[in-house]
Design a protein around this ligand. Structure first.
Ligand SMILES: Cc1cc2nc3c(=O)[nH]c(=O)nc-3n(C[C@H](O)[C@H](O)[C@H](O)COP(=O)(O)OP(=O)(O)OC[C@H]3O[C@@H](n4cnc5c(N)ncnc54)[C@H](O)[C@@H]3O)c2cc1C
Length: 525
C-alpha cells in the first residue's frame, strides 16, 4: 500500500459509493465487506489505522464469560444471544487470519469447592453454547494440576482451578490486515486524513460531500459519496453532530488500562482469569508476544485523543498480580502500559429525536439519521467487528442504495498474509537468511506469508537483518518494509502499531526511535 497512490486515486474518483470515516476495527471491517460486495469504497482515518481503541484492547477474541454470567443471573435472552454470536465470530476471526490469532488457554483459580463447581458449570455452559465452534473442552483441575500448568501461581488458599479456551489476536495488525485486504480488492484507504465537515443538500440536509484534511501535507480535499458511514468508535457523537447538530449524544466512554511485564512472571502459554476483583471487575494476565499483559480497568471517562495509563491504574493492576502470582512484582518491573476508551452505547434510545434506529443486536447498533442519512455504527467489540460490518452494509443496501445486496463474503475471506500460511515456514526463513529462530517466528506471526518480502529487503542491504534493538526479535528490515509497504508515516505508526514494540517495552522503543526516524526521512521525507 502506498499513501501517495491512494491520494492520487482519491483525486481521480468523481464520486465514491461509500465514504467510511474511521479506520479502527469497525471501519476497516466495513471497508472490506462493502468492497467485496462490489461497492467503490473510500476509508479515511484521522490518525493511523487502529490508532485509538482498536490497538488498546485486551486482545481477546471471546464470547464474554462475564456476559454469560449476567445472562444467566438475569435470565437475559438478548445477552445470551450476543454471547452465542460472538462465539461464532470467534471461530471466523481465528480461521481468517491464522498468522495474527491463536487459541488461548485460560485458567481460573478457585479458592473453595463451591467456587470451583460454580465456574466449572459456567464454563461448560460457555463451551456448550459454542457448540461445534468450541476450541477445546474446559476442564476442572486439582490444585496440583493447576500448579503444574502454572507453577508461578500462589499456592496458599488455592483450592483448584478451571481451564477453558478463547482466542487471542494481534489487534493493531488484524486491523491493518483488514485494510490491506480491502485495498487489494479495490478500496481507497488513507491514514492521517481527517473528516472536517460535510457538504449538505440545501433542501433536505442530506449529506453529499465531505471536506478532508491531509494532516501530513496540510492539503484539503472535497469528496463526494452516495453514503457516509460514521465508524469513529468513541468519537461517533462528534461526527453525528457534524451531520445533524440536533442529534443527542449516544456514546459513553469507559476507559480501560493495561500494564505489560516481562515474560518471566508468567511463562508458558496459559493465561489467568481473575473472575471477580473486589470492585466486581474481571482481570486477565495473558502471555502476549514474549511479555505478560495485565488488564483491564473499567472506569467512566471523558473523551480523550490520548488516553494514557495512570499511576493509580498501574498500582491497582500490580496489586492483583501480587495477589495471584508467587513472585512479588514491583511497579518498576512494568515495561509498558496503555489505555483505551470503550465506545459504549447508552442503553436508552433517544427515539424522540431526529434519528431512526435499527437495533440489530443490543451490543451494537446501526443508526440512520433521518435528515442527513448519515449511517452511524456504534458500540460492539473487536470480536464482533465482522458482524457489525455486515449489519452496516446490509442496512446501506436495503435502506439507502435500495437495491438487492450481493451476499456478504467476509466469513470466508482470508486476510492479507494469511493465505496458505504455515507457521513452520519460519525454518525455511532461518535457512535462507542469517536471522535467529526467534526473529523468524516473530516475522511469521507479524507478516504471515509476507515475512519473506520483509527479508528480501536484505538482498540490497544485508545490514537490515540486524536486530532493531538488543533483546527483542525485531529486525531493521521491518522498519523499511512497514514504511514502504504498510503506510506507516510516523515513529508511532512504526513502533506502536506495525511492530508493536512500543506497547511491550517503552525503553526499547525509545532506543529504536533514531533508526526509525532516519528511515522515515529517507523514504517519505
Ligand atoms: C481497554 C479495552 C479492552 C478491550 N478489550 C477487548 C477484547 O479483549 N476483546 C474485544 O472483542 N473487544 C475489546 N475491546 C473493545 C474493542 O477494542 C472496541 O470495541 C473496538 O476496538 C472499537 O473499534 P472502533 O473501530 O469502533 O473504534 P476505534 O478503534 O476507536 O476507531 C475509530 C477511529 O475513528 C477515527 N476518527 C475519529 N474522528 C475522525 C475523523 N473526524 N476523521 C477520520 N477519522 C476519525 C479515530 O482516530 C479512530 O482511529 C476493548 C476495549 C478497551 C477500551
Amino acid at each position: 500500500m502506498n499513501r501517495n497512490k491512494q491520494l492520487e486515486k482519491l483525486k481521480n474518483t468523481p464520486q465514491y459509493d461509500i465514504c467510511i470515516i474511521g479506520g479502527g476495527a469497525t471501519g476497516a471491517g466495513i471497508a472490506l465487506d462493502a468492497t467485496l460486495r462490489g461497492l467503490n469504497v473510500l476509508l479515511v482515518e484521522k490518525q493511523d489505522f487502529a490508532a485509538q481503541t482498536s490497538s488498546k484492547s485486551t486482545k481477546l477474541i471471546h464470547g464474554g464469560v462475564r456476559y454469560l454470567e449476567q445472562a444467566v443471573k438475569k435470565l437475559d435472552w438478548e445477552q445470551y444471544k450476543m454471547v452465542r454470536k460472538a462465539l461464532k465470530e470467534r471461530s471466523i476471526l481465528l480461521q481468517n487470519a491464522p498468522h495474527l490469532t491463536r487459541p488461548l488457554a485460560l485458567l481460573t483459580p478457585c479458592f473453595s469447592l463451591i467456587e470451583s463447581v460454580y465456574y466449572a458449570i459456567g464454563l461448560k455452559m460457555y463451551e456448550w453454547i459454542a457448540g461445534s465452534k468450541n476450541i477445546e473442552a474446559s476442564q476442572w483441575l486439582s490444585k496440583k494440576k493447576a500448579l503444574s500448568l502454572i507453577p508461578e501461581l500462589k499456592k496458599e488458599r488455592l483450592h483448584s482451578a478451571v481451564l477453558y479456551y478463547d482466542g487471542q489476536l494481534d489487534d493493531a495488525r488484524y486491523c491493518l490486515a483488514l485494510i490491506q485486504t480491502a485495498e487489494q480488492k479495490g478500496a481507497t484507504v488513507i491514514n492521517h486524513i481527517q473528516a472536517l465537515k460535510f457538504g449538505k443538500n440545501e433542501d433536505n440536509g442530506r449529506l453529499k460531500s465531505v471536506w478532508l484534511k491531509d494532516l501530513l501535507h496540510q492539503t484539503e480535499y472535497h469528496i463526494s459519496a452516495k453514503v457516509f458511514v460514521n465508524a469513529t468508535g468513541p468519537f461517533a457523537d462528534h461526527i453525528r453532530k457534524l451531520a445533524n447538530p440536533k442529534l443527542k449524544p449516544r456514546i459513553k466512554v469507559s476507559r480501560g488500562a493495561h500494564i505489560v511485564l516481562p515474560q518471566q512472571y508468567l511463562q508458558g502459554n496459559t493465561a489467568i482469569l481473575v473472575p471477580k476483583t473486589d470492585d466486581g471487575r474481571v482481570i486477565f494476565m495473558i502471555p502476549w508476544q514474549d511479555h505478560l499483559l495485565v488488564g483491564t480497568t473499567d472506569e467512566a471517562d471523558t473523551l480523550s485523543e490520548t488516553p494514557d495509563l495512570e499511576p493509580a491504574e498501574k498500582t491497582y493492576l500490580i496489586d492483583y498480580v501480587n495477589r495471584y502470582l508467587a513472585t512479588k512484582v514491583s511497579e518498576d518491573a512494568v515495561t509498558a502500559g496503555f489505555a483505551g476508551q470503550r465506545p459504549l452505547l447508552e442503553a436508552q434510545l433517544h427515539t424522540a429525536l431526529d434519528a431512526e434506529t435499527k437495533s440489530l443486536v443490543r451490543d451494537h447498533e446501526v443508526e440512520i439519521d433521518r435528515r442527513s442519512r448519515l449511517v452511524s455504527i456504534m458500540g460492539g467489540k473487536w470480536t464482533t467487528y465482522r458482524l457489525m460490518a455486515k449489519d452496516t452494509v446490509d442496512v446501506i443496501f436495503e435502506n439507502i442504495l435500495k437495491k438487492e445486496s450481493p451476499a456478504c463474503q467476509t466469513d470466508t475471506q482470508v486476510l492479507f498474509g494469511g493465505v496458505h500460511y504455515i507457521f513452520d515456514d519460519w525454518q525455511h526463513l532461518c535457512k535462507h537468511y542469517a536471522i535467529s529462530p526467534a526473529s523468524a517466528q516473530h516475522l511469521m506471526r507479524k507478516y504471515g506469508t509476507l515475512a519473506s518480502s520483509v527479508l528480501a529487503l536484505s538482498h540490497d542491504d544485508n545490514s537490515l537483518l540486524a536486530p532493531l534493538v538488543e533483546g527483542h526479535p525485531f529486525i531493521k528490515a521491518e522498519v523499511v518494509y512497514v514504511v514502504q509497504e504498510e503506510m506507516a508515516c510516523s515513529v508511532d505508526d512504526v513502533l506502536i502499531r506495525r511492530l508493536g514494540l512500543g506497547l511491550r517495552d517503552a525503553k526499547a522503543a525509545a532506543q529504536a526511535r533514531s533508526f526509525v526516524t532516519q528511515i522515515l526521512k529517507q523514504i517519505i521525507g
